[in-house]
Design a protein around this ligand. Structure first.
Ligand code: SF4
Length: 376
């Protein structure tokens, strides 16, 4: 409960949620593929795909995914290589591995394919949200989203959009991303939640943040909550939410090799399961060490990873990519083997692949750019 909040202010906002926000959402909700034919599986996949990823990017991936893996069972039975291929380019690949692992748990351990089984099973876990949190890759936010959208459980979801909307509605001056701030925002959301209509409420709040209450230049004129919005009344919309300065992320330089054999095939290596981008394929290489040239880096990495000695030849391309916690410049060179045969020493596997067949493997976005360049 929100103890410090003025009761009148709260009840006005609470009233407007039911009277204004939900009807606005009913009229203005975007048609999104995961909003049709809701099942726990379809909601689950969409929520995992939408973590850290824009709606516009997810739509095509979601449609293709549902064609390839229309059910828990089809996903559980698929080889990991097919799952990663379907996720290729979407980033944060542990999400795909966790989704795959969850499908196996749903089918093998709990036989949860039918909706009614979920509630029975959740009873042993002190509630559905706690049960959902026991699956790989499911945190509090995703559990609340799945519980409300797939099971209409009374759980309020707080994501970046909701933090912004609530900070403005209540003119909350704290940092909504700090532990204390998150608690406060969660309390606002819990208090406003329309019991029995949690899925609708959560989606309406997120939709308001995505379409109207934008980070910059919010469209207050068309906002269904304008008459109860505290930040708007104060003429101080841009002051909320309070933003912390983003930390600068480190930058690394990576050397990568396109090693070609006498048949014209290219050497690709598979990353180890527990490494970042685990299970994906790559053009072998690694991070440039201090006092090393890029050629020395590539030669060292190929020796360490595959036990081969290479001569570094012509430069192919530069790929720049930003991950959440670092940025990378990857310099790609052709190489040829001088001695040794590849062995998977510091990688999971390797293959010699004809250039037209490179697309049968799953790569990170950066390595995909190299594949595209080679296939031009
Ligand atoms: S009135 Fe403006 S600031 Fe307030 S919730 Fe609506 S869009 Fe956001």
């Amino acid at each position: 409960m929100i103890r410090s909040m003025n009761g009148t202010k709260r009840s006005k906002i609470e009233g407007a949620v039911e009277e204004c926000l939900l009807p606005w959402f009913a009229k203005n909700a975007r048609e999104l593929p995961w909003r049709k034919n809701r099942t726990p599986y379809r909601v689950w996949v969409s929520e995992i795909m939408l973590q850290q990823t824009r709606v516009g990017t997810v739509i095509d991936y979601y449609r293709r995914w549902m064609k390839s893996f229309p059910s828990w069972r089809s996903l559980a039975r698929a080889p990991q290589s097919d799952v990663l291929k379907a996720w290729e380019g979407l980033g944060y690949y542990s999400r795909a591995r966790n989704l795959h692992a969850s499908a196996k748990i749903v089918c093998d351990d709990f036989n949860l394919v039918f909706s009614s089984d979920w509630r029975n099973r959740a009873e042993n876990f002190q509630g559905l949200e706690t049960f959902l949190c026991s699956f790989p890759g499911i945190g509090k936010y995703t559990a609340a989203a799945i519980a409300s959208l797939a099971f209409n459980e009374d759980a309020a979801v707080v994501d970046g959009n909701v933090i912004r909307v609530l900070s403005r509605l209540f003119a909350f001056g704290g940092d909504g991303k700090s532990t204390a701030g998150k608690k406060k925002i969660q309390a606002f959301a819990d208090d406003l939640l329309v019991k029995g209509r949690s899925g609708e409420f959560n989606e309406a709040m997120m939709e308001l943040g995505a379409l109207i209450c934008l980070p910059r230049n919010p469209n207050c004129a068309d906002c269904p909550m304008q008459k109860v919005c505290t930040a708007f009344a104060k003429g101080a919309v841009e002051k909320y939410p309070k933003l912390k300065k983003k930390k600068k992320v480190p930058h690394i330089i990576v050397g990568a090799a396109v090693t070609v054999n006498c048949k014209g095939e290219v050497l690709v290596a598979q990353r180890k399961q527990n490494d970042m981008l685990g299970g994906l394929w790559e053009f072998p290489g690694g991070k440039l060490e201090p006092h090393e040239t890029i050629e020395e880096c590539i030669a060292r990495e190929l020796k360490e990873e595959l036990g081969i000695t290479v001569e570094v030849g012509e430069f192919l391309m530069t790929v720049k990519h930003a991950y959440s916690h670092f940025t990378m410049t990857m310099r790609v060179y052709f190489t040829k083997i001088i001695s040794g045969r590849p062995r998977p020493i510091d990688c999971a596997d390797y293959r010699w692949v004809a250039v037209p067949d490179l697309g049968t493997f799953a790569y990170s976005k950066a390595d995909l750019r190299v594949v595209e360049c080679l296939q031009k």
